[in-house]
Write a protein that binds this ligand. Structure first.
Ligand code: NAI
Ligand code: MG
Length: 392
């Protein structure tokens, strides 16, 4: 039997992850779940939010199902360490970023598909004054390990870095700025990783019948990095003649987001642009309660909802949060494991519950979150799971 590393993490991660396992059991997915320690508790107790034993578990079992973690700014993090760990020089780093880097989970997939009847779906006025609800079904492929979020940056850059940058003519305008008054963040991309994300995107489009792949970059300004994205897109596109290759600029794409989102199938972008555009599309289909993702490397893959630990709701009992983003992430895991039929069964059950409109979490009811949402007709997290299970 398969073993899945269950990584609940913090806050509502501890609520939605067990609910997704309850659903996976109900659909007949056979697996063992081993618990992996991750998150704030382990930062506080051990000075490490991603203990080596958790890395070892993933190394062994390859598949992680992850809830959410809490991150806090550097100084707050040190203040919350156990007293005996303070002043030992521990530095907090995000365990999910740590996982992506350690296992080179370079391909991030974020599907944004509207469920019919979801009250949170984007609607648009049509030419007759009526409204249309565009059938959004866009999958963002975000490069997860390089680019603007690659982490290669300095405030007060060392002299050698400064000198290297000064070989570029455009650095002249900073020649008189003192190093301590300079901050540099880089955007570095490699051919190898760029080829990998495009190949994955074209393969996905082929497998799931999407008609176009769009490169969403800014090559007119970022001539080198975005330029490489376009060049490699065109090169790999030659192997997939049945799929159209489009390109858009990130800024224009944000404008088109509300004009014609239904036209876009698969979108590929560098780390930061992918982060931006995937949040944009997620907003059209219900936002954080519906936004799922997969982080895929050569060997290891980790599936997680896009949302965080929502600390303001973690103590509410019963829980009010929407588990659907976690369910859809579990569906991506099923697909990855060759259990596409079970994934489809779950998605169909979710679609039925949403279309019926009887069972809705507070976000779907457009309520302000709090203990009183039940009086206003919202269901609990567990009731949503029960409703989906009843439709299987
Ligand atoms: P968040 O995603 O936790 O919450 C943002 C808003 O969405 C809140 O109003 C929250 O209550 C609501 N929300 C989130 N998930 C929901 C769900 N399933 N159903 C209904 N409503 C939901 O982001 P926030 O508040 O910026 O950050 C909270 C903590 O989470 C921070 O420590 C942050 O660093 C961490 N975080 C972790 C992520 C991860 O684990 N991958 C991603 C984003 C934030
Ligand atoms: Mg984001």
């Amino acid at each position: 039997m398969r073993t899945i590393v269950a990584l609940p993490g913090d806050g509502i991660g501890k609520t939605v992850l067990p609910e997704s396992i309850r659903l996976l059991d109900a659909v007949g997915f056979e697996a063992n779940y081993v618990h992996g320690d991750i998150g704030w508790e382990f930062w506080q107790k051990e000075g490490n939010a991603l203990p080596q034993r958790t890395i070892d578990l993933l190394e062994e079992h390859k598949i992680g199902l992850f809830g959410a973690i809490t991150s806090k700014p550097k100084d707050d993090a040190v203040n919350e360490l156990a007293p005996e760990l303070k002043d030992k020089g521990y530095v907090y780093f995000s365990p999910i970023v740590g996982l992506r880097q350690h296992f080179n989970l370079d391909i991030c997939i974020r599907p944004c598909k509207a469920f019919k009847g979801n009250p949170l779906n984007f609607i648009r006025k049509d030419s007759t004054g009526g409204f249309v609800e565009p059938p959004v079904d866009t999958v963002i492929f975000r490069q997860n390990t390089e680019g603007m979020y690659g982490g290669i940056e300095w405030t007060n850059p060392p002299q050698i870095v400064r000198e290297a940058f000064e070989t570029h003519p455009k650095m002249k305008k900073f020649a008189h700025v003192k190093s301590e008054d300079l901050a540099i963040s880089t955007r570095i991309v490699s051919r190898q990783a760029t080829e990998r994300i495009f190949r994955a995107a074209f393969e996905y489009a082929t497998k799931f019948g999407y008609k176009n792949v769009t490169v969403c970059e800014k090559p007119n300004v970022l001539r080198e990095t975005s330029g490489m994205y376009i060049k490699i897109a065109r090169q790999i596109h030659k192997e997939y003649p049945g799929i159209q290759l489009w390109d858009t600029n990130i800024d224009a794409q944000m404008m088109w987001l509300t004009k014609n989102p239904e036209d876009y199938g698969v979108i590929v972008a560098e780390n930061m642009f992918g982060d931006i555009i995937s949040d944009g599309f997620a907003g059209l289909v219900g936002g954080l309660g519906f936004a799922c993702s997969a982080n895929i490397g050569d060997e290891v893959a980790v599936f997680e909802p896009t949302h965080g630990s929502a600390p303001k709701y973690e103590k509410l009992n019963p829980s009010i949060v929407n588990p659907i983003a976690m369910f859809l992430s579990a569906c991506m895991m099923l697909e990855h494991l060759g259990e596409a039929e079970k994934a489809e069964q779950i998605r169909k059950a979710i679609a039925e519950v949403i279309e019926e409109g009887k069972v809705q979490t507070y976000d779907m009811k457009k309520l302000r979150g709090g203990a009183d949402v039940f009086e206003n007709g919202a269901c609990t997290t567990q009731e949503m799971t029960d409703a989906v299970i009843s439709k299987l």
